[in-house]
Ligand binder design. Structure first.
Ligand SMILES: Cc1cc2nc3c(=O)[nH]c(=O)nc-3n(C[C@H](O)[C@H](O)[C@H](O)COP(=O)(O)OP(=O)(O)OC[C@H]3O[C@@H](n4cnc5c(N)ncnc54)[C@H](O)[C@@H]3O)c2cc1C
Length: 154
């Protein structure tokens, strides 16, 4: 449990920096293709920006806990649940920004597909709510070990 706490906690702390970079690329694309004037896309991008800021401050809170107590508790599950869902949604939003163009991925000779940044985010983020403990498992941990709710029925 301690090792997995570190995997869910500190191992992913620096990720929000990469996420900020990815969001900046998506915002730039929306400004480039005019999607930034679409009211729905604007809301989605603003919501993603808010999400990455929340991630940053949650990460700092987790670090403070670590410095004070020397361990990362089960609350690291909150971070894992949050970032993986945020990133999966960002992948979907990057497809919204591309619009119809999102259905085309450049194929390279030898049947290998070369993914651009948008498709890479979309495809790789689908696995993130599964590895390092699926979202359902994180919710169990939060329910039982953070909130002290009864264990789920076996
Ligand atoms: C891209 C990728 C990379 C990975 N990398 C690694 C790695 O480096 N090291 C490693 O060890 N593993 C790795 N994994 C494996 C990953 O940790 C497991 O896939 C994950 O823990 C889910 O386990 P499972 O696939 O056996 O699904 P199962 O445990 O069979 O779960 C199937 C479904 O049931 C749900 N479920 C299961 N138990 C419960 C429960 N008690 N309550 C509620 N819902 C439940 C799950 O959330 C899921 O939706 C990787 C997986 C992927 C997709």
């Amino acid at each position: 449990m301690a090792t997995l706490g570190f995997e869910r906690g500190t191992a992913f702390l620096s990720q929000q920096l990469a996420f900020q970079g990815e969001l900046a690329v998506i915002v730039e694309a929306a400004q480039g293709n005019g999607k930034s004037s679409d009211p729905t896309i604007r809301q989605e991008l603003a919501d993603s920006y808010i999400g990455v800021q929340i991630m940053k401050y949650n990460g700092l809170r987790m670090l403070t806990d670590l410095v004070k107590n020397g361990v990362i508790g089960p609350s690291s599950s909150i971070g894992k649940l949050y970032w993986s869902n945020w990133h999966r949604t960002l992948g979907e939003r990057s497809m919204h920004v591309l619009g119809a163009a999102a259905s085309i991925v450049g194929a390279t000779p030898g049947s290998e597909y070369e993914l651009d940044e948008f498709h890479r985010i979309f495809m790789s983020s689908r696995a993130e709510t599964i590895y390092a403990g699926a979202s359902e498992i994180q919710r169990n941990i939060i329910g039982e070990r953070v909130l002290g709710l009864p264990r789920e029925p076996r």
